[in-house]
Ligand binder design. Sequence first.
Ligand code: FAD
Length: 108
Amino acid sequence: PPDTAALGRSTWTFLHTTAAYYPLQANSNQQFQMTSLLSSLSIFYPCNWCATDFQKDIRKNPPDVSGREGLMRWLCERHNEVNQKLGKITFDCGIKNLDERWKDGPED
Ligand code: FAD
């Protein structure tokens, strides 16, 4: 089975980076495509218990696909849900902190 930690780090990198470069104000097609991407990911994510919980979380908290700031914050909150579940420290979801980590000055 996949290494869930390595898979998780790569997936979060992909998701947060994609959100950082998502349009400031997404048009309806972009919003539709992003909603599909997130929904598909929650179905095909190759860690069954992760996928099930992510589906539940998305159902409770529908994605904010209106634009980059909303999407980044929404993703940060979803990631924090997982952080809490795993007993990790939660991340500051302020836009400045998110941009510093995922847009302006990535650590890796
Ligand atoms: P990660 O949590 O992978 O984070 C990588 C980097 O992202 C951090 O170093 C930090 O710089 C940054 N970061 C941290 N929190 C945030 C945030 N809230 N917003 C923005 N950036 C942040 N693992 C399980 O064991 N069980 C699960 O149920 C589970 N569900 C998952 C569901 C999804 C959708 C995904 C993508 C991953 C899931 N994982 C799960 C994997 C888990 O979230 C971690 O990726 C993994 O444990 C490795 O953790 P890490 O400490 O290396 O950092």
